[in-house]
Design a protein around this ligand. Structure first.
Ligand code: ADP
Length: 254
């Protein structure tokens, strides 16, 4: 691995140390020696063990592996929802693993669309208002246009007629699609999702996969944790996590 830590400056003295050694200037998402340990009482459990991973801008990556292997943990670290015990997570040149909780939330709002495994829609807001929430929080799209953008996004996920319903008035699959629409609301360059097709029937799953393809074609970087073999096969690259270790980084079907 190339490291520029000792790179001399023109004057011959050591130059400034970069945040992390880089060996791939095209990487958008970089994990360097990332370890995450959970503590429950006296017990320690290493959920991720010295993970190195680089994802370039515009890649469509599927994260696969058995249940409990560390996939969600990996996604949460990339999204700065959680912090590693050791190692660095650098996204777009920002060492997100060092951000405070507030700064991480602000950074996420500008850079990431997150599709959570359990949707996390606010139960008292309509689907349209749920989708508008990130626009309000991150101040994207002119205020007057936000309701229309939210309805368009709900239309893209097949929920055009459901914009005014509460999450409890639609099915689990429809809630999941609303959560996908919400992840697109801030127009972020990176979309990460945890089992985004987990609750969908096969027709809805197929249309969401086509939507992810469209996002990638438009230059977005998409990273999805999935058990869905069909979705994994559609990605450009799959990364396998097993017992907290990346066991394989293969090319996908493209
Ligand atoms: P996956 O997404 O592959 O199912 P996770 O990343 O959710 O796996 O979890 C990896 C391991 O870490 C599992 O054994 C899980 O029980 C454990 N784990 C996850 N979150 C916590 C937590 N907050 N506290 C304790 N253990 C956790």
């Amino acid at each position: 691995m190339e490291t520029t830590a000792e790179t001399p400056s023109p004057s011959g003295t050591p130059g400034p140390r970069p945040l992390v050694p880089r060996d791939d200037p095209d990487a958008l998402i970089e994990l360097h020696g990332v370890t995450k340990t959970y503590r429950t009482g006296e017990t320690e459990f290493t959920a991720l063990d010295r993970i190195d991973l680089r994802i370039a801008a515009g890649e469509f990556v599927g994260v696969v592996g058995p249940s409990g292997s560390g996939k969600s943990t990996l996604l949460n670290l990339m999204a700065a929802i959680d912090r590693p015990d050791r190692g660095d997570v650098v996204v777009g040149g920002v060492e997100v693993s060092q951000l405070s909780e507030n700064d991480a939330a602000r950074w996420r709002g500008r850079n990431l669309g997150v599709i959570f495994q359990f949707f996390q829609l606010l139960p008292t807001l309509s689907l349209a208002d749920n989708v508008m929430l990130p626009m309000d929080l991150c101040d994207v799209h002119p205020r007057a246009e936000r309701p229309e953008v939210a309805r368009d996004l709900l239309g893209r996920v097949g929920l055009a007629g459901h914009a005014d319903k509460l999450p409890s008035q639609v099915s689990g699959g429809q809630q999941q699609r609303a959560a996908i629409a919400r992840a697109l609301a801030n127009d972020a360059p990176i979309i990460v999702g945890d089992e985004p097709t987990g609750n969908l029937d096969s027709a809805s799953a197929a249309s969401m996969m086509a939507l992810f393809d469209t996002l990638v074609a438009a230059g977005r970087t998409v990273v999805l944790v999935t058990h869905d073999r069909e979705l994994a096969e559609r990605t450009g690259r799959t990364v396998t996590v097993r017992d907290g270790v990346l066991t394989e980084q293969g090319g996908g079907s493209r």
